[in-house]
Design a protein around this ligand. Structure first.
Ligand SMILES: Nc1ncnc2c1ncn2[C@@H]1O[C@H](COP(=O)(O)OP(=O)(O)OP(=O)(O)O)[C@@H](O)[C@H]1O
Ligand SMILES: [Mg+2]
Length: 310
């Protein structure tokens, strides 16, 4: 495997703000990498440096083997970039917008037409290609943006918040589309998002950035154990019937570090397996147990831990 995107101590300052701080990032060929972090964390700033659109204060980046600061055109040839707010010619149709981008990329007209027809189909705009973009919904525009990025058949995609402003269904369609493309064509994808839940399933690896610092990087299922010094156990407890006093009993159990009320029960964060004690408590009160389920550490747990500590 070779890295398609790699940065070494990449740093960007805006006056006295360090927007990106000593960032080491690595995205391997063919993988989908989720670049995750809250608003203002430094995701867009990093992406702009990867494309040579912003100059680092120090550190280096390599994208497809080129230094974006010194060889931005080489990077641009190989990487499809979807900005946070892609712009279109609103009076032109989706097809015409794509044709315009194809011309900019010097794709011969016949070849461009073939690609555009195929792409419109692929992104689910097959029936809307002739409509003016002005009439497109947000989700349709986002899909058109992805088509624009794909038309030059890039080696890698850099997508800045590709699900921004989309409803859950629209977002999951976009993410499915990206996953499919990556699988079919072996495309390398770096996508930024502040929506952890949405993207964590589709990413091979993620990096979490908070206040310009990469705080964790790796496979989602392995990040938890790397980040939490002691193993964290999460349980969902649901009971039927009267529950007076049960909550305080659960909270008082040795090993229960946190408790949140849920629909018919509680979500427990624990430092050990407390299931036997929970079972005993519930049955002592003569309540019916509806669920006692363990839940994996989510990316959100990791993110919140750092977010709170940062
Ligand atoms: N041109 C600029 N001049 C000054 N400060 C900037 C500039 N661009 C970004 N910043 C600051 O740098 C920090 C990182 O911003 P950035 O846009 O990279 O965050 P982000 O992770 O993309 O956030 P979001 O999820 O909101 O898109 C923020 O504090 C922001 O205010
Ligand atoms: Mg951003």
């Amino acid at each position: 495997m070779s890295a398609v995107v790699e940065t070494s101590r990449l740093t960007k300052r805006y006056r006295d703000l360090v927007a990106v701080n000593d960032l080491n990032l690595k995205v391997e060929e063919g993988e989908i990498f989720g670049f995750l972090g809250p608003n203002g964390a430094g995701k867009t700033t990093t992406i702009l440096m990867l494309l040579g659109l912003s100059e680092p204060a120090s550190g280096q980046a390599k994208v497809c083997g080129f230094d974006p600061t010194h060889q931005p055109l080489e990077v641009k040839k190989r990487v499809g970039y979807l900005p946070e707010n892609p712009g279109f010619y609103d009076d032109l149709s989706g097809r015409e917008n794509l044709f315009y981008i194809a011309r900019l990329n010097r794709i011969p007209a016949d070849e461009a037409r073939r690609r555009i027809t195929r792409l419109l189909e692929q992104i689910g705009l097959g029936d809307d290609g002739e409509r003016a973009v002005r009439e497109y919904s947000r989700g349709m525009k986002q899909r058109l943006g992805i088509a624009e990025v794909l038309i030059k058949e890039p080696q890698a995609l850099i997508l800045d918040e590709p699900t921004l402003g989309l409803d859950p269904d629209g977002a999951s369609r976009i993410l499915d589309l990206i996953t499919g493309l990556s699988r079919e064509r072996g495309l390398t994808v770096l996508l930024s998002s502040h929506m952890l839940h949405q993207v964590q399933q589709m990413c091979h690896r993620v990096g979490i950035i908070v206040k310009g610092k990469m705080i964790a990087q790796g496979q989602v299922d392995q990040l938890g154990s790397a980040v939490f010094k002691e193993r964290q156990w999460n349980f969902l407890v649901e009971v039927e019937g009267r529950v007076d006093g049960l909550e305080s009993d659960l909270r008082a159990l040795h090993g229960v570090a946190g408790l949140e009320a849920r629909n018919r029960g509680w979500f427990l964060r624990c430092t050990r397996d407390v299931r036997p004690e929970v079972l005993a408590l519930v049955s002592r009160r003569g309540l019916a147990l509806l669920q006692l389920r363990s839940e994996d550490t989510t990316l959100e747990d990791i993110y919140l831990k750092y977010f709170r500590e940062a």
